[in-house]
Design a protein around this ligand. Sequence first.
Ligand code: SME
Length: 152
Amino acid sequence: MNFDKSKFEKMKEELSKSCKNGDLLCICRYLYDNVPYYNWVGFYLVDGSRTLKLGPYVGEPTIHTRIAFGEGICGQAAETMKNFVVQDVSKEQNYLSCSPSVKSEIVIPLIKHGKIIGELDIDSHYLSPFDKKDEEFLGWICDYLVKEVNIN
Ligand code: SME
């Protein structure tokens, strides 16, 4: 949306200072509070085999607390280990709705030693709000978590 590269760079600096030790809830809160079009921010963590379990999040509670690989956007991102950027969820066949207010979604997998260990999931109430800068910024957060933090 209206976020330029320098704004994302500033947020990277602030995030590394304010969310020490990769505190996942702190990261969710920071993103939710600082990016007006990030309207639900959460982590899903891989639990056992081929299931995602809802981890820390900020936003409306969701019924999707466990998601099988392949199911919905989150499950597809887990299955393929690829970023999913869906600019209009109404056009998506394999989608799990959390709230009618959600218009778009971005999911970035957390990949450690070639295996998926979780993902960062963001819903937006706007259509087409995400661009490459969001993907780069969120990818930076996930890389940092994979390298520096013991998740799982
Ligand atoms: N919409 C997701 C489900 C998770 S909620 O967005 C919190 C999906 O289709 O996988």
